[in-house]
Design a protein around this ligand. Sequence first.
Ligand code: C5P
Length: 232
Amino acid sequence: MRMDDRLIVALDVEDPARALALVERLGGRVNFYKIGLELASHPGGLALAESLATQGKKIFLDLKLHDIANTVERASAQVARRGVTFLTIHAYPQTMRAAKRGAAGSALKLIGVTVMTSYDDADLAEAGYGLRVDELVLRRAAQAKALGIDGLVASAQELADVRRAVGPEMILIAPGIRPAGSATGDQKRVATPAAAMAAGADCLVVGRPITEATDPCAAAEAIQGEIAAARG
Ligand code: C5P
């Protein structure tokens, strides 16, 4: 993986015009962008994703697909035709198998979401599960690996365990990143770029520490410096 593909900036904004302004401001400094449900639900959101991909930017489309197998397969095939690099799916075995069929023969990499970090053990019990969060994360990580899923999103607190469980090949992507001294905002369990890399992350997803910085380019550069130092 190229060093400048390790920083993924989250375009968590309302509309494509704001997103494009950010991309232009970051210029050649940032190569990889995450587009989530908010922007993808805007009429121009997916068009922006495709247009940035055509211009050589890498796109992480964070749609967290989960539906009946036929729908997931067809949606993944559709995303694969947009030139997107990463697509998230919920790490349910049936969903992962279907997404694999849809993405077959394309360059699209599938990224599994094990258990949403907004869930704790009580939320899982309420939803009818008999496992704790840490148990379900590792079970789904192992299933994702067995099914040939390319990578996983892993929060800072589960990164090291997930890396130990899946080995070196799977791509681990860590959100909730805060450079030392920056505001945590609504994130509760954060890690510095250096700590996340040391725990086994391959890529970091960073939103507000860059998008709300007075100098977003300098903020991105500093994080890339930390990533490079952590990779040795
Ligand atoms: O602004 P901030 O750096 O907190 O943005 C982090 C991005 O990563 C957001 O797009 C958020 O939805 C996403 N994310 C997260 N925590 C997770 C999974 C995804 O913050 N566990």
